[in-house]
Design a protein around this ligand. Sequence first.
Ligand code: MSP
Length: 514
Amino acid sequence: MEKSNRTEFYLTTPIYYVNDKPHLGHAYTTIAADVLARFHRLRGLDVFFLTGTDEHGTKIEKKAAELKKTPKELADENSAHFEMLFDRLNISNDDFIRTTAERHHKAVDKFMNLLQAKGVFYEDEYSGLYCAGCEKFVTEKELIEGKCPDHKKVPERISEKNYFFKLREYLPKVKELIARNELVIEPARIRSEILALLENEVLDDFSVSREKVKWGIPLSFAPKQTVYVWVEALENYLSAVGYENDEAKFKKYWPADLHLMAKEIIKFHAIYWPALLLAADLPLPKKIFAHGFFTIDGEKMSKSLKNVIDPNKLIDSFGADATRYLLLSQFPFGKDGDIKFDKFVEQYNADLAHGISNFFHRVISMTEKYFGGVVPNSEADHPVRTGRDLSVRESIDKFWRDYARNLENLKIDQALNQIINLARKGDGIIEKNKPWEMAKTDQNLLSGIIYDLLELNRHIALAIYPFMPETAEKMLTTLGVAKEKNQKLDEIIKWGKLESGAKIKKSEPLFMRK
Ligand code: MSP
């Protein structure tokens, strides 16, 4: 497995708006990030995995007013819904940042004051169209029939005095860094779009403060203005790793290794954010990855279509692990896709109940039947001489190489596919070798093949762990594998680590058929 010198891995999701409860889109990105966090921890890296909520701005102010709540009340309520959902989904985040927290406020203050001192802001009058849904200024050209194409609302005309950031001064440098892949933007298609934007020089300086927005962090050098919510939100990535209050932590984790998000907010992350960091003389994130946007049964998720799905309902029906699996296996990570709910039960049954779970329990029951629930001797039959089927054993190193490469390159769905295929391969080995016939003729050969099938399940459990942590733990407990801390992936994936003589523990099916 490839190693870089750095042993830390700082990984972020976007921080989510709290104008509403979390939906499936938020769950999707956070689960994907969790898979990566767990994988990198297994590789032995010191992972810092951050998620959280974006709580200031017009959008939240307006929604709170509609509901006759204060913005803070609304933010508290919905932020708690995000935390509860992430708990139920077994998200292993190391921190949860809220932009209404004191530590964020202080970090934003420090960052904005620094930029002001560096002379990269200037005051100007601004007049333009503002879409509260996007929390950004929009141009006439972007509108369809006078409305924002994403939020289907007529934007407001705003005219006020703002502080502007000299974005244009930093664009050539941002372009150069992206072109040289010092700032990696993925997938390639998104990188080309960003480079084209920079090439065509269409971007202008942008305002970093708002006069009329009250629900925000005041600029300490101009207290009548609040910090533009996007600028403040991006700074969460600094606040959480101690930018203002913990120098050692900041040194350790910054810059982020990966900012993960969907493509609709890539411009903020790939252009504005690096430019602000350059202005502040801070190192830039290593990689920014924008995955695709999904539709639900062919339609964009929207309140009016009533297809905004509460991820909690999926967890109620399928459990956390299967929900994680079903969401990530729908379409290639990094591409747009469609989520078809009516296929969920079918896919759950095929891949999880009949696939992984059935294979596992078949092997466990044969171990019980033929060996009284004890892991048999792996070498009883002298495999090379007896012509035992060694195909899985021989392909396992390649499996792990491909698996690591897939996850390092965020081909999350492909790593998942590999695991399902491995279980299928295991089933194929049972069919081909017919252990029940060996039981009548050759106990030694039977020992060897059952050992291999058990060991194969140990590998499946390890590979499944980042995706379905509860299932992985159940499998390992059943296999009698002791949970040892600080075991690195490179070590535990060697073939033959399952100990002969270990006692199998009885267990419930991993996934019940629906
Ligand atoms: N608050 C900003 C982000 C600030 S980051 C400094 C924001 N919040 S959001 O609540 O709208 O979340 C957007 C993110 O939710 C997307 O980038 C993506 O991660 C996730 N998704 C929302 N809808 C989605 C789909 N339909 N498909 C895939 N991901 C989705 O933008």
